[in-house]
Design a protein around this ligand. Structure first.
Ligand code: ZN
Length: 144
């Protein structure tokens, strides 16, 4: 299996069996974002306790890239501190813009191919933008 196939498998796997899909009963932070270019819509619920991401869920609908990216992101930031989660979101966005993240992005690296398609970068970064917005602004009522 070459790297491309492995990456494709990872994206398909997260798309078919999304991790942390759903909503939280009592999120401390929640944000909904739309990507009108593709029609993706994502809501992120986060529960911050003691400065850490104690729990996180995403909900919504969209293309395989947006859903797989959200699934991988929730998995990657669970248990991390707020700063670590924000740094990961920032590094991933830089990575998709072709910059070297200087760190291991874990499964999120499977989305590398997206960087060759600027129109799809918005799909892959939608959940990351929602997380950044939620953690920096605290959210508010998400769109239903
Ligand atoms: Zn999309």
């Amino acid at each position: 299996m070459n790297l491309d196939d492995m990456y494709r498998e990872t994206i398909l796997d997260h798309n078919q069996m999304p991790r942390n899909k759903g909503t939280l009963a009592r999120p401390t932070h929640t944000v909904g974002l739309l990507n009108p270019t593709c029609g993706d819509s994502i809501r992120i619920d986060v529960l911050i306790e003691d400065g850490k991401v104690a729990d996180i869920r995403f909900d919504g609908q969209g293309c395989a890239i947006s859903m797989a990216s959200a699934s991988m992101l929730t998995q990657a930031v669970k248990g991390r501190t707020v700063d670590e989660a924000l740094n990961l979101a920032r590094d991933f966005k830089q990575f998709l813009l072709g910059q070297d993240p200087n760190r291991d992005l874990g499964e999120l690296a499977a989305l590398e191919g997206v960087s060759h398609f600027p129109s799809r970068v918005k799909c892959a970064t939608l959940a990351h933008n929602a997380l950044q917005k939620a953690l920096s602004e605290g959210g508010g009522e998400p769109p239903r």
